[in-house]
Write a protein that binds this ligand. Structure first.
Ligand code: SAM
Length: 231
């Protein structure tokens, strides 16, 4: 029998939080954060500061990649006992390259209603601002660091859809160099850096040109790489 949330009230709320600009929190996110019994968060300190900023006092329990397997069952027990719980990650939408997937899967398997609020995430503004096709795209999150990295890039080089990658400042140079190798220097791409923040910057060009920029400048901050599809 297919299961639907309706008309049950959600018990687990997935709450996106700003990726830089605090004004990007939604009114509904703030209301739900005030209403829930417990907040679980990737980093209790980071989320503590955020809640404090908005004048919300709440018990925050840790739910991160190192304890998510062991804490899922306890959280499920609390949800079954009728507690309303909000899940936060450090920034953006939980479950998107952040903890959340395991818990949400467990809830869906046990018919516990979950609701994900729409809100901040880095990938959608990067896709839209890239100027590349938005009708169809592929989000790969972080590339594998070592094993499978080159095979993944080779596979993506044949992709017709717009490609989105999350990247850190430590690996951006390597990622752009390797992408230029597999996709070709001519393929158009952009690096969306520090979105919504004071030093937001979108670097556009061919992969060859972006490779030169990465040689000359040490790019800092958080970034999304968007590569035009093969077309
Ligand atoms: N859950 C988040 C989301 O919904 O976008 C993603 C979390 S993931 C651990 C962090 C990565 O997201 C960063 O390495 C970067 O690739 C991207 N990111 C987060 N904030 C960003 C920002 N303000 N500008 C550009 N990229 C950002």
């Amino acid at each position: 029998m297919p299961f639907s949330n309706f008309p049950k009230m959600p018990q687990l709320f997935i709450i996106p939080t700003p990726i830089g600009n605090l004004e990007d929190v939604t009114l509904r996110a703030l209301r739900i954060l005030k209403e829930v019994d417990v907040v679980i968060a990737e980093d209790t300190r980071t989320s503590g500061f955020l809640l404090k900023h908005f004048g919300i006092e709440k018990k925050i329990l840790p739910h991160h990649k190192f304890n998510e397997r062991s804490t899922v069952n306890t959280i499920i027990d609390q949800l079954k006992a009728g507690k309303k719980i909000a899940l936060l990650s450090d920034a953006g939408t939980p479950g998107i390259s952040d903890p959340g997937e395991l818990l949400i899967k467990a809830c869906t398997e046990q018919n516990i209603p979950v609701e994900c609020l729409p809100g901040a995430t880095a990938l959608i503004p990067a896709l839209v601002i890239s100027g590349f096709a938005t009708s169809s795209f592929v989000f790969e999150g972080f590339l594998p660091r070592k094993k499978g990295r080159q095979a993944k890039l080779k596979e993506l080089s044949k992709e017709n859809r717009t490609i989105l990658l999350y990247e850190s400042p430590h690996r951006i140079k390597k990622t752009i160099e390797q992408s230029a190798h597999y996709f070709g220097n001519e393929r158009r791409a952009c690096i969306c850096r520090e979105l919504t923040k004071l030093h937001e910057e979108v670097l556009r060009g061919s992969l060859g040109e972006l490779k030169e920029i990465c040689k000359k400048r040490k790019l800092k901050g958080e970034m999304v790489v968007v590569i035009e599809g093969k077309g």
